[in-house]
Design a protein around this ligand. Structure first.
Ligand SMILES: [Zn+2]
Length: 129
């Protein structure tokens, strides 16, 4: 039987799955931020998935390593948070290829550039005049 990698880890992610009475409810502000994240992640998926990007990479504050989240996982995590439940931070990744993941900031910039280029939300590029 393989060793439990979290056997001696006080931050065992399984403990996050247990209900926590002290977990503060999502404030109206947080809810708004989460809802805009949800809209964003769907946009990001729509524009980046065709380019082979599978999700978002984030530096984990707990273990100081990069974690990789597929689009679907991010979406369901946000929904879970909106339901006022705790999301496990350390997703089990099946050896994700870092090349297939970009940072949230990259996504924001990319989506912004798409608006810039195609939706006329900003001045056109000079060569489009
Ligand atoms: Zn971590």
């Amino acid at each position: 039987m393989p060793l439990d990698p979290f056997a001696d880890d006080p931050n065992d992610p399984a403990s996050l799955l247990e209900p926590d009475e002290d977990y503060p409810p999502v404030s109206a502000e947080e809810r708004e931020a989460l809802e805009s994240d949800l809209v964003n992640v769907r946009d990001f998926k729509r524009v980046l998935e065709p380019r082979g990007i599978r999700g978002v990479s984030m530096l984990c504050e707990d273990c100081e390593e990069m974690h990789f989240y597929d689009w679907g996982i991010i979406e369901s995590n946000i929904k879970t948070l909106l339901d006022q439940q705790i999301v496990p931070v350390h997703e089990p990744g099946a050896q994700p290829n870092p090349e297939h993941y970009v940072t949230w900031d990259y996504c924001l910039g990319y989506a912004d550039a798409m608006d810039f280029a195609f939706n006329g939300l900003r001045p056109r590029f000079p060569w489009q005049r």
